[in-house]
Ligand binder design. Structure first.
Ligand code: NDP
Length: 405
């Protein structure tokens, strides 16, 4: 049916490549490209060994590209001629890849919103600013097609479509009950992860943001499949788009679980300045402490074989149906070791990579075909929900959930 250019060859891109190969009718061909071509070649080899080559299989090619440069991207897109560019690199590359897609009139998707490298701050405004140009070019940009953002937006659209007249409250709960055995490691790109969790928290209430200190708001929740965990309120990017797209919403909060060891290490690293993104002089070189820290921490892609336990990510909705108050909780439970057996990675990359493949599939199959720049909850959730069940992220519904106070 189509051809995808995957930019990135890290933890998430690995899962995306596997999932495309499991779906060869839609992904007839993929090209995997990043700055280090050898990583892409390794991924190609792993997938070809697992899924085979030839008629009826996804054809895989690889390329070298630095996605910080629009010209390099344009040259690659013109050579590969993909139907969609899947941005599975880092949030820093969102705008250059969108520019290149505009120049070549190619559909775009990503899993995380743009963040300028020099400020630990992310928001959609930079990408939403492309809306008119994408409309005029007759192409689609699908923003935030991972799990959160991603599936959480699809869950919201699904709840609004099928169960509620009005959603008043959304609590997004992201629980990782996995244990990798290290005192401190991050489950996805350490730099992006630490920038996210060391920032101030915030939530949306009655039409405006309420800001909190980092990790100021803590709750305890009993997660199906995992058990009781401490969770903390964080700022998270889907709050910004859901606040606009879910009409009548009064409050949206995002909570993520963290163990005490993770928090103690993070506090200590922050106290000594290791999480700073301000450049410092070190032996005649300018280095950024957080980037140095990333270099000494375990590579998230290496956590797969050692991580045991489950994730549970989902949304609790409260609101009205036929004048009555109702609550609805929809979530996925994902097992780290099962993911590892299937695609050689832990559940955090898996729960991001599967929805990334499905988002691209929605555009390639024409099930989603609005032209312009859209967040995921602006599309029909039904075919996406069906594909989640089909491709390894089945969801569970609970109409009498424990609520978060
Ligand atoms: P990794 O660090 O494992 O991989 C990033 C990849 O991007 C690497 O293969 C790197 O390869 C490539 N890359 C980085 N810079 C460039 C560049 N300038 N040009 C080309 N390629 C580049 O990250 P993850 O796989 O863990 O995360 C990928 C994305 O997924 C991130 O944006 C992350 O924020 C997002 N994410 C989203 C989640 C969600 O639920 N929505 C959850 C988890 C992650 P090389 O060095 O060879 O260039």
């Amino acid at each position: 049916m189509g051809k995808a250019l995957i930019i990135g060859a890290g933890g998430v891109a690995g899962v995306v490549a596997h999932k495309c190969c499991q779906n060869p009718e839609v992904f007839e061909e993929i090209c995997i490209a990043s700055r280090t071509k050898s990583k892409c070649d390794t991924l190609k080899e792993v997938c070809e060994n697992k899924y085979g080559v030839g008629v009826g299989k996804t054809k895989i090619t690889t390329a070298q590209v630095n996605a910080d440069y629009v010209d390099e991207l344009v040259a690659l897109i013109e050579k590969v001629k993909p139907d969609i560019v899947m941005n599975i690199a880092l949030p820093y590359q969102d705008l250059t890849i969108m520019e290149a897609c505009l120049k070549t009139k190619t559909n775009y998707m990503d899993t995380a919103n743009y963040e300028p490298p020099e400020t630990a701050h992310f928001e959609y405004s930079w990408q939403w600013a492309y809306k008119k140009r994408f409309e005029e070019a007759g192409i689609t940009a699908l923003l935030g097609s991972g799990f959160d953002p991603g599936v959480t937006g699809v869950f919201s659209a699904y709840a609004a479509k099928h169960y509620f007249d009005e959603i008043e409250f959304i609590d997004i709960l992201d629980c990782n009950g996995g244990n990798h055995g290290y005192p401190f490691a991050t489950n996805f790109n350490p730099e992006i992860n630490i920038r996210e969790v060391s920032a101030k928290g915030s939530y949306w209430e009655n039409g405006h943001w309420v800001e909190t200190e980092p990790m100021e708001i803590k709750r305890v929740y009993n997660f199906d499949g995992v058990g009781e965990k401490d969770m903390y309120l964080l700022h998270h990017e889907e709050i910004e788009s859901l606040a606009l797209n879910i009409k009548g919403i009064k409050r949206i909060r995002f909570f993520m679980t963290f163990g005490q060891s993770y928090l103690t290490h993070l506090q200590c690293l922050t106290n000594v300045g290791m999480t700073s993104i301000e450049p410092i002089d070190f032996e005649g070189h300018q280095i950024i402490p957080l980037q140095f820290l990333k270099a000494v921490l375990p590579d998230p892609a290496s956590l797969g074989p050692r991580t045991v336990g489950k994730t549970n990510i989902g949304c609790i909705f409260q609101g009205k149906k036929d004048g009555k108050d109702i609550a609805y909780y929809v979530y996925n439970i994902c097992d780290h070791q099962e993911c590892y057996r299937e695609v050689g990675s832990q559940a955090i990359s898996y729960t991001t990579g599967v929805p990334a493949m499905i988002g691209a599939m929605m555009l390639l199959t024409g099930k989603w075909n609005k032209k312009g720049v859209y967040n995921i909850e602006e599309f029909d959730p039904d075919p996406f929900m069906e594909a989640l069940n089909q491709f390894g992220l089945p969801w569970i519904e609970n109409f009498h959930p424990q609520l978060v106070k």
